[in-house]
Design a protein around this ligand. Structure first.
Ligand code: BES
Ligand code: ZN
Length: 481
């Protein structure tokens, strides 16, 4: 009898040992019901560390993770990655900050600018950008190419800001602990209250059951392209926000919201005042009778209602008509959940009602040509633009429709002549940027009429940017023939 026990014990130890050897395991939190079901199916591979309310901290093999994904949910893995046992358990006990009621009156006041911006949204740009991201192949967070993708997006965003002469815009990489892939963050500094942040985000990584081929066009090149076009339209308009805008391309979403969780946690630790964060993850596939479906779980009702009233206001009829509805994701299925988890307001306008969405995500068939048309994404770019302008609000000096027409420039005999006499602003400098966004000259402005030499410029398109305080600017294009 005793001997038998000993044998059992040894066998058990060996099996635990070899289990730990063979299988890479991870810590995570998931819904309690999923955890219990998974434990029942794969008792050897799953350890429930702790339960609280309807959630559990779990330690399980990667194999069990895939099993959960296939069985319990029709989409992604269904768990939120944690880097250690302690973190997984702590996540269960995390007290989420209460969002103060009416901390921020969401208003609709910027009709002129918003309507101009909506006309500038260019569907072709969105398509081009999706194809560009898809062409990398698999953007799995663990692959070397993923780091390249982040660096290239940083360059692309920087060039875009420079092209429009934006000295108030910067782009940085956010390095992570739990992935080598950095996230990319563009910051448009608020002219009036820079400590208030308005965030939009999407994820830059992709995954697939065939990780040799995860083009991730819809999931989520489409979200990145949607936000990029919205920002380009704001730049073309010369929009300068009062609050700081941040555009985030998150790393490693597909393995459990890793990039966004680290960013949201960092912002919360530093008490960063994020007014709200809107997620764009999958905007390409037009699968429902309505265009936009607001995911109502793991998001904030006040923010959802506000976005719906923006759409009632700007998208009810006409050229920019977009319809909407609501549905549930049933899980913290994308990066909005990271912000919600840190006590920030978040929303997730999604491509279709849940269940009618693109069924080919996480597969080699998630390509632009198979999924849809960027005209569906363009509707989300419009919503993104409305949200950014109305939440961040326009700085008065940035109202470019008047200001731009009060500045005139001409080129003649190797000179760029400017006339600011009709303008009420006191511009301090004139910078010239080439088409790559490189600054080629900067001149201080002392009189309302003046000129700068263009002799050294080769033929091509340039942008002349008149700036006050290094912040507010008005840009005009010119051509050297
Ligand atoms: N884009 C998906 C989320 C999604 C898929 C939302 C289908 C609605 C319908 C995202 O990239 C993803 O796969 N998320 C995972 C969860 C996450 C914690 C890894 C998921 O949906 O399970
Ligand atoms: Zn996604």
């Amino acid at each position: 009898m005793k001997k038998l026990h000993l044998i059992t014990l040894v066998a058990l130890l060996i099996s635990i040992f070899s289990f730990a050897q063979e299988q890479k395991s991870i810590y995570a939190t998931m819904s309690l019901s999923d955890a219990l079901e998974l434990k029942k199916d794969l008792p050897e591979e799953v350890e429930i560390l702790e339960k609280r309310r309807n959630e559990a901290a779990v330690y399980f093999t990667e194999h069990a993770g895939h099993f959960l994904h296939d069985k319990v949910l029709v989409h992604g893995p269904g768990y939120i990655f944690k880097s250690s046992r302690e973190e997984a358990i702590a996540a269960l006990y995390k007290e989420i900050r209460e969002i103060p009621a009416n901390r921020m009156p969401f208003t609709i006041t910027e009709d002129v600018l918003v309507n101009q911006a909506l006309d500038l949204i260019n569907t072709q740009n969105i398509e081009d950008h999706i194809l560009e991201l898809e062409a990398y192949g698999t953007r799995y967070h663990d692959y070397a190419i993923a780091i390249q993708v982040s660096n290239d997006l940083k360059d692309k965003w920087e060039a875009m800001a420079a092209l429009y002469g934006r000295t108030d815009v910067s782009v940085r990489l956010f390095n992570h602990v739990n992935t080598n892939m950095p996230s990319v963050i563009m910051t448009i500094e608020g002219a009036d209250t820079p400590d208030e942040f308005v965030v939009v985000g999407g994820h830059l990584d992709s995954t697939s059951w065939d990780n040799n081929d995860a083009p991730g066009a819809d999931d989520d090149a489409s979200g990145i392209a949607t936000m990029t076009e919205s920002i380009r339209a704001l730049f073309e308009l010369g929009f300068v926000p009062n609050k700081t805008i941040e555009v985030m391309a998150y790393a490693a979403e597909e393995i459990g919201l890793v990039g966004s969780a680290e960013i949201a946690q960092d912002y919360a630790n530093n008490n960063v005042n994020v007014i709200s964060a809107v997620q764009f993850d999958m905007t390409l596939y037009n699968g429902s009778a309505i265009d936009v479906s607001f995911i109502t779980d793991y998001t904030n009702a006040t923010l959802n209602n506000y976005l719906m009233s923006l759409m009632d206001h700007y998208n009810a009829t006409g050229d920019h008509q977009v319809t909407y509805g609501t549905s549930l994701c049933n899980y913290g299925c994308s990066d909005h959940a990271s912000w919600t988890g840190e006590g920030y307001m978040s929303a997730f306008p999604f491509e279709a009602n849940f269940g009618q969405h693109n069924g080919d995500i996480h597969s080699p068939s998630d390509t632009y040509s198979l999924v849809g048309s960027a005209s569906h994404s363009a509707k989300f770019a419009k919503l993104c633009t409305e949200y950014l302008i109305e939440t961040a609000k326009s700085n008065i000096l940035s109202v470019n429709d008047n200001e731009a027409s009060t500045i005139s420039i001409t080129t003649q005999n190797g000179q760029l002549n400017y006339n600011l006499e009709a303008s009420t602003s006191e511009f301090e400098s004139l910078s010239i940027f080439d088409i790559q966004g490189k600054k080629v000259s900067e001149t201080s402005i002392t009189t309302k009429r003046g000129s700068v030499s263009t002799q050294s410029l080769s033929t091509g398109v340039y942008v002349a940017t008149f700036t006050i305080d290094n912040k507010t600017s008005v840009s005009k294009k010119f051509i050297i023939k």
